[in-house]
Design a protein around this ligand. Structure first.
Ligand code: FAD
Length: 446
């Protein structure tokens, strides 16, 4: 009897899973393994929202594996050591794992290679549609600009979507730990449920056709909300692209473009892992240090309702609408002149989809230190509010102190004739005319 180990990392699903598929083809028995590596916690990646979501994902994965005759083994410790130990216990001939992108994943892969040698098989195209390094410009290791990347990405060959296995035979009595549970504290009350079943149900019930028109409408909240499921690999992005292409139309096209953005950031980070912390393109910004301003921003008490609404949505749901991410981030970097790393750290502490590639590189894009070809671009939060929340519904949903203010007047509480009826809502952290001035100078006009 031959045995293979399928080591799960950020690919917590059965559908369209090259790792599982290869392990199944390689041996009579497959041991699905997940290792809780304390270094993930130590590296600050393990925020309560993501740990709670992960607990759901693992329970769901174990349930799906049990339904086909297998089960998930969970161990705790250094991933390479635990995997090598299990490989010895089971006499496994091969260990299969998805290729990662971050510096952490690359170190993990090196550790696995040292511990397992030729027995390790690393599979591409599990976490992204196109593996980093596959779509590259001549003579370079990655694309630095999205538009040409997107063009090449659209032309690139995609692997076929793989079916979920109907049966999986697993060695008896593989010792492991109980499945992890959600942390007792720090979890956002409106966190969505994790796992492949919840992911597939969300995908089926979401209307992609409305996406092209409504994706920027803050109150409509019409985006897919699939980001946490993509982050934990409960859904295969390759399968999502195949489904969207079959459906066709402007909504599906716009949605696929966003998945290309996801791949784009992953290929940048894979080539430049240091971009998780350092400016991708430094502009020698001299950031302003003001902990009081940073804390007001984190708490959603800047006095700019559209900014505060986004940050409070983040606290409540562990998720924020993309338009709100853009304008809250721009407010921090280009209106308050605070270092983008302060904002990125706050997002990573709360976002259930918090992802080193997408978060750090989107932050850098907004701050003008990343891949944006117009690094001086600014988003005026007041104009953004008028445009993307025209009657103020999004603000009233998330800022209860202002729930009684009608219409778009909610975006400028300092102009309300009855301003003293809302004493709990703070005054603007910087006066509106200073805001306008700072945005003009960030744009290079002054
Ligand atoms: P949809 O609009 O339905 O898009 C579908 C999928 O495409 C998303 O689930 C996501 O996987 C991908 N996607 C969409 N927009 C982007 C983008 N700009 N960059 C990369 N991928 C994208 N996304 C994360 O997954 N994790 C993060 O930590 C993260 N941090 C961000 C920080 C900032 C400052 C900004 C501006 C954006 C960030 N994003 C991040 C990108 C984007 O905001 C979210 O992916 C999106 O809001 C998730 O909602 P959705 O699933 O409904 O997206």
């Amino acid at each position: 009897m031959t045995v293979a180990i399928a080591l799960f990392t950020q690919d917590l699903r059965l559908h369209d899973h090259p790792v599982l598929h290869a392990a199944r083809n390689a041996a009579d028995r497959v041991a699905p393994l997940f290792v809780r590596d304390p270094r993930v916690d130590a590296a600050g990646f393990a925020a309560p929202n993501r740990l709670a979501f992960l607990a759901d994902c693992l329970a769901d994965l174990d349930g799906s594996l049990r339904a086909i005759g297998s089960r998930l083994t969970v161990r705790r410790g250094d991933t390479a050591e635990e995997t090598a130990r299990l490989a010895t216990e089971l006499g496994a001939a091969t260990v299969h794992v998805a290729a990662g992108v971050t510096a952490f994943a690359q170190r993990r892969e090196n550790g696995l290679r040292t511990a397992l040698g030729d027995r390790l098989q690393v599979h591409d195209g599990v976490l992204t549609v196109q593996p980093p390094g596959r779509v590259t410009p001549a003579g370079r290791d990655h694309y630095a600009v999205f538009t040409p990347y997107h063009r090449a990405w659209q032309q690139a060959h995609r692997r076929p979507v793989l079916p979920a296995p109907r049966a999986l035979h697993t060695p008896e009595d593989v010792p492991g730990e109980p499945l992890p549970t959600a942390p007792a504290r720090g979890v956002s009350p409106g966190l969505p449920p994790g796992g492949e079943h919840a992911a597939r149900s969300r995908r089926q019930h979401w209307d992609v056709d409305g996406y092209a028109d409504l994706h920027d409408d803050l109150a409509a909240d019409a985006t897919s909300h699939l980001s946490p499921y993509l982050h934990f690999g409960c859904l295969s992005p390759n399968e999502l692209v195949a489904l969207a292409e079959r459906r066709g139309g402007p909504g599906a096209e716009a949605f696929v473009r966003q998945l290309a953005w996801r791949d784009f950031h992953h290929q940048v980070l894979a080539a430049r892992p240091e971009a998780a912390h350092s400016d991708y393109r430094t502009r020698h910004d001299r950031w302003h240090h003001d902990e009081k301003e940073a804390e007001a921003w984190r708490q959603g008490r800047t006095g700019y309702p559209i900014v505060d609404a986004g940050l409070r949505q983040l606290a409540h749901q562990g998720w924020m609408h993309n338009r709100a991410r853009l304008l809250t981030a721009c407010f921090l970097a280009k209106s308050l002149h605070l270092d983008w790393r302060i904002g990125a750290a706050h997002f990573l502490a709360l976002l259930v989809d918090g992802d080193v590639a997408n978060n750090q590189l989107n932050w850098q894009w907004v701050a003008g230190t990343g891949t944006d070809t117009r690094p001086n671009r600014v988003l005026n939060p007041l104009l953004q509010a008028d445009r993307y929340d025209p009657d103020g519904t999004y603000v009233r949903r998330w800022v209860p102190e202002l729930a009684a203010v009608p219409g778009r007047a909610v975006h400028r509480p300092w102009q309300l004739p009855d301003r003293d009826r809302y004493p709990d809502y703070p005054d603007p952290i910087i006066p509106p005319d200073t805001l306008t001035q700072r945005l003009r100078s960030a744009r290079g006009l002054d």
